[in-house]
Structure formats: structure tokens, C-alpha cells
Design a protein around this ligand. Structure first.
Ligand code: AMP
Length: 423
């Protein structure tokens, strides 16, 4: 199917072409016609499937066809990074049209957000807490919202945002279009969806479709050896852009520091950082300033960084669902990816749960020879602070893209590590 078969207007067809999209993804094929026809949607789709464009494109078409001076579309998301990412995409699409969008989240100036709202905004992409805060200040009018989009609804439930969402919904007009997207459907989300959606069309993507590009492997390892194994793996020159997950903020920060000491271009993304440092870490990872990002689960959902070749679970996540989200950061947009999990003997039960959810066994990898307890320092300048992003963008990007293309073309195990047993 082609974009011009989806009844999008010429402006949007040209703009998606400029984004490099040739054909719609399955979630776009299914959602866009329903949304354009005014239906409510219950979308069961994970990130990485192209769902942002699936809801933003028809929403923008609606706003273009019904000009107004108020906020007419509201997207609610669980994390600041996701709000920023959706807003970036929205701004790319609205381009130089007269539409205005704004991301609203905490950790940055509320006054600046209110000032922009006063100047006039058509689409708000918000995290619930800051949005309610601004509502309580009576600095925003949501009474003209035509389209409500709840993205990553299950994650909002996990984060305890449902009461806030209910409060926000009470401020919206009763007659509106509702689009709810969720990777999974716990009872609470089913109930919420039942309360807000009116005769919805359900769009369900086969979840296995999203994970088939990813190889899943496990190292069984003692806790004390994990850092040395990580350093060993990351020292491989062929290793591409890598996202490492830890359980705690403290561990993410310290591990990134250790990796920097070994000469790697690494940084951390965790909730103890100020919002500007979080953004700096993420944009540095996107533009290639950093090739390794050590993060807590704030990076597990929604974050779209092109060409992440490896996800390493330094600490295994608590649930199979969290595993699917973390590892879904690789193997995106048709590329392949490797997911590696460091599991201690205590994690065996969880590995079995994850395997059941993947519907396939994970490969067991033999431990390579690990360096002595002191960590190897690479013979290159140690980078202790973030480089300016100014001049690194295009170069960093192109080198990452070429690595990504390489990975797409060549689906080999770059470690040359022995795989044993099941595969
Ligand atoms: P999302 O699931 O919205 O986070 O999108 C995942 C990735 O797929 C993003 O990098 C999008 O830019 C990309 N993408 C979305 N739609 C398309 C498309 N039709 N063709 C190619 N890439 C797409």
C-alpha cells in the first residue's frame, strides 16, 4: 500500500516522503483511514511500529481542515522524553504551516510553557503531572479539544498516572475523538479504554512481528563479573551503538563513569539528572556524540534512536513485558539488533518467563576470557564531559547511519562468541 491510498492530503503525502517514508507501516495502514473517518481507536501496538505517525498524521489533517485558535489536539504520554520525541515529529510534519505544537512536562520552566500556550497552540503533547499543574493555574483551556490521544497507556498505568488522566479527561469536552495506544492490555487499561472510547475500532499488531529482527542471548554470570564483561564486549571495535540498562540510577551513573574511564564515548540517562542533562544525554546518543548510553528504565519505552545495534541488560528487568520494551529499542525500522542479558543464577526463573513471552528460547553464550579486576584503558583520550554537539551532528549521524546500514546488511554475531545449546 502507498501513502496516497490512505486519503491523506497532498501536503502530508509530500511531507512523509521528505521524512524518507516510502510505504506506510501496518499500524499506519490500519489506523489512518479509521482516524480520518472520525472513529475512536484502541491500538495495541508497541513502539517501533510507526504508531506516532499513525496518530499524528490524521490528527494534523483534521486540524488543517478545521482551523481554530484553541488547543484542539491533546496527546498524553508517560515520559518527558517521549513527549519531546512526539513533539519533534509533530513539528517536522507541521513544518511552516500555521499550526503550532508544544511539549508540556516537568523539570523545565513552567512560565515558558504558559507563555507559549498564551501565544496560541493547536497541539499539546503533555505528561500528566505538569499538564494538571498548568490546569490548576488556570493557564490552559482544554475545552476545545477535538482529539485526545493516550500513548503508552499501560506505561501510564505502571507509573500511577491514571487518576491524573481521569482528572484531565474531566476538563475536556464530552464530544471528541479518542485514540488509545497501549503495548499491552492490563485490566485497568481495558477499563479506562471502556470508559473513554465510543464504538472504537481495534487495531492489533501481532507482537511477534516487532521482535523477530532481534536476536536474544544470555550470559550466565556472577554479579561481580558483570562490569568486566560489559567492558570486554564494548571494547570490540565492531560493536555499534549500544544501550545498556541498569536497575538503579546510581548504577547507571557509576557504570557510565567506568566506561568513560576505559575510553568509551559513554554517558548515562537516569532520573537523578536535571531535564537539560537528560536531554543532552539523549540528543548526544542520537547524534553519535556518545556510542554507549547507560540508562534506567526511563529509556525503555518509546525512545526512538535510529540504529541502536545492541541492547544490553546489565541487570535483568523485573518482568517479561519490561524486557520486550527494553529490547525493542533495537531492531527498529527493518534493521537487525542483538539483545544481550547478563543473568545471575537467581535470574533463571525470570529468563524462562521471558522465553515464554518471546515464544522462543534465548541463546546461551559462553563467557569470553575476562580482563583482570583492573579495567583496561584504551589508548585514546578519555572523555569526561559531553562534547559540544554543534559540530558533531552530521558527522556523528552519518557514521551511525553507516554502522546501521552495515548491521542491516549483515546479521552476524559480531562478538564471534561461542553460542551453546539452544538457539
Ligand atoms: P514509532 O513507533 O512511532 O516510535 O516509530 C518508529 C520508527 O519508525 C521511527 O524512527 C519512525 O521515524 C519510523 N517510521 C515511522 N513510519 C515509517 C514509515 N512509514 N516508513 C519508514 N519508517 C517509518
Amino acid at each position: 500500500m502507498k501513502f496516497n491510498e490512505l486519503h491523506l492530503n497532498d501536503y502530508l503525502i509530500k511531507t512523509v516522503k521528505r521524512c524518507g517514508y516510502t510505504n506506510p507501516t501496518p499500524v499506519q495502514e490500519q489506523c489512518i483511514p479509521f482516524i480520518l473517518a472520525g472513529h475512536d481507536i484502541l491500538g495495541l501496538a508497541q513502539t517501533g511500529t510507526g504508531k506516532t505517525a499513525a496518530f499524528i498524521l490524521p490528527t494534523i489533517q483534521h486540524l488543517m481542515a478545521h482551523p481554530g485558535k484553541q488547543i484542539r489536539a491533546l496527546v498524553i504520554t508517560p515520559t518527558r522524553e517521549l513527549a519531546e520525541q512526539i513533539n519533534d515529529f509533530t513539528q517536522t510534519i507541521i513544518g511552516r504551516s500555521s499550526l503550532q505544537s508544544l511539549a508540556v512536562y516537568g523539570g523545565v520552566s513552567k512560565a515558558a510553557q504558559i507563555a507559549k500556550i498564551r501565544r496560541g497552540v493547536d497541539i499539546v503533547i503533555a505528561c500528566p503531572g505538569r499538564l494538571l499543574d498548568i490546569c490548576n493555574d488556570k493557564a490552559i483551556d482544554l475545552s476545545q479539544v477535538d482529539v485526545l490521544i493516550l500513548d503508552e497507556a499501560d506505561h501510564m498505568f505502571d507509573k500511577g498516572f491514571l487518576p491524573d488522566i481521569r482528572r484531565i479527561i474531566r476538563l475536556l469536552p464530552v464530544k471528541r475523538q479518542n485514540l488509545v495506544f497501549s503495548a499491552t492490555m492490563p485490566d485497568e487499561i481495558r477499563q479506562l479504554a471502556g470508559n473513554i472510547l465510543v464504538n472504537p475500532k481495534t487495531v492489533q499488531l501481532n507482537p511477534s512481528r516487532s521482535v523477530k529482527n532481534i536476536s536474544h542471548s544470555v550470559f550466565t554470570i556472577d554479579k561481580a563479573q558483570k562490569t568486566r564483561l560489559l567492558v570486554k564486549l564494548l571494547a570490540d571495535e565492531a560493536m555499534g551503538t549500544t544501550l545498556v540498562f541498569t536497575r538503579t540510577r546510581h548504577r547507571a551513573k557509576n557504570l557510565a563513569r567506568v566506561l568513560v574511564q576505559t575510553g568509551l564515548k559513554a554517558t548515562s540517562l537516569q532520573g537523578n539528572l536535571s531535564q537539560s542533562r537528560r536531554q543532552q544525554a539523549l540528543s548526544g546518543f542520537k547524534d553519535g556524540t556518545y556510542t554507549v548510553l547507560v540508562a534506567t528504565d526511563i529509556a525503555a519505552r518509546g525512545i526512538d534512536v535510529t540504529g541502536i545495534s545492541h541492547v544490553i541488560n546489565y541487570a535483568i528487568p523485573d518482568t517479561a513485558e519490561a524486557y520486550i520494551h527494553r529490547t525493542g529499542r533495537t531492531g527498529r525500522a527493518g534493521c537487525t539488533g542483538d539483545a544481550l542479558t547478563f543473568a545471575t543464577s537467581e535470574d533463571r526463573r525470570l529468563i524462562r518467563v521471558i522465553e515464554r513471552s518471546l515464544n522462543r528460547p534465548m541463546s546461551q553464550l559462553d563467557l569470553p576470557q575476562l580482563p583482570e579486576a583492573h579495567l583496561p584503558v584504551r589508548h585514546q583520550p578519555v572523555q569526561t564531559t559531553a562534547r559540544s554537539h554543534k559540530n558533531t551532528g552530521p558527522a556523528g549521524k552519518s557514521s551511525r547511519v553507516s554502522r546501521k546500514q552495515q548491521r542491516c546488511a549483515n546479521n552476524s554475531n559480531i562478538f564471534g562468541l561461542a553460542q551453546r545449546g539452544r538457539n
